[in-house]
Design a protein around this ligand. Structure first.
Ligand SMILES: [Zn+2]
Length: 265
């Protein structure tokens, strides 16, 4: 297979040499692919703007010895255009790209559900029908669920008792009074109901929620995501060490790490 086509969302880019870039794309069929876009930083480049983060592109790759080379790129939907003018939506979008990148650890391992969740999340953000933090939290919860880290929200994560009292990140979700570890957060019942609504895509229920429950939900979801990214995906640290120099630092720690310290395990 020397030439192949796929569609995908550009997750990030970084400089390579004088004029090239390495483009990381979450594709529909092949999973995460890193490809070299040659001459893309020259003003005469024919596809430079199409290979920016957020863009849903149709791409042709030429298989290379180490990295594949991008030989064509056509824009399907430029989600970045709708997001750059709205800071909360832009930062939510950046957090989605970073999370999709971190939850798809292996390259060229199909991740269709993660791809569909990311495209759906970016489209919902760009449409502006729901508050950005609700869209982001729904994306976090569902992408974690696809990765195998769905939080328990209906019954105790340890003993399955339906009468729950607290949210314990290390136990994997809501817990009963008997299973509750010291220091577990005790969120409002409405906050847990909001998390469940976001998980199942009940937008009518989520849009009707109160601001204080949205804030509490965002804090819990961010802490839960952070914990799984740090503890659940150990092989990632190895991958990060091998990354090529010149990559821009990730902005996700500011957008995802919304005061997780206030929600101890
Ligand atoms: Zn229990």
């Amino acid at each position: 297979m020397s030439l192949y086509r796929d569609e995908g969302v550009v997750l990030r880019t970084h400089k390579l040499g004088e004029a090239d870039r390495i483009i990381t794309i979450l594709t529909k069929r092949m999973g995460k692919v890193r490809g070299v876009a040659k001459g893309v930083r020259r003003t005469t480049s024919k596809f430079g703007a199409r290979l920016e983060p957020f863009t849903h592109v149709d791409v042709q790759f030429h298989t290379g010895r180490s990295l594949d080379v991008i030989t064509q790129a056509e824009t399907i939907r430029p989600y970045g255009e709708a997001l750059v003018t709205d800071y909360p939506r832009y930062t939510a979008g950046i957090a989605m790209l970073e999370t999709a990148d971190r939850l798809t650890v292996a390259e060229k391992e199909p991740a269709l559900r993660q791809f569909l969740l990311l495209v759906g999340g970016l489209r919902t953000l760009a449409e502006r029908a729901h508050e950005a933090r609700l869209v982001l939290d729904a994306y976090f919860l569902r992408s974690l669920a696809v990765a195998g880290y769905a939080p328990a929200l209906e019954a105790c994560a340890k003993c399955r008792t339906p009468a729950v009292r607290a949210f314990a990140i290390v136990e994997g979700g809501v817990v009963c009074g008997g299973c509750r570890p010291p220091g577990a957060a005790v969120p409002a019942g409405e906050t847990i109901a909001l998390m469940a609504a976001l998980m199942r895509g009940d937008w009518a229920g989520a849009d009707a929620s109160q601001s204080r429950h949205r804030s509490e939900c965002s804090g819990l979801v961010a802490a839960y995501l952070q914990w799984h990214l740090e503890h659940g995906i150990r092989s990632l640290k190895h991958v990060e060490r091998e990354q090529i120099q010149g990559e821009s630092p990730s902005p996700v720690t500011t957008s995802v790490g919304r005061d997780p310290a206030s929600y101890p395990a």
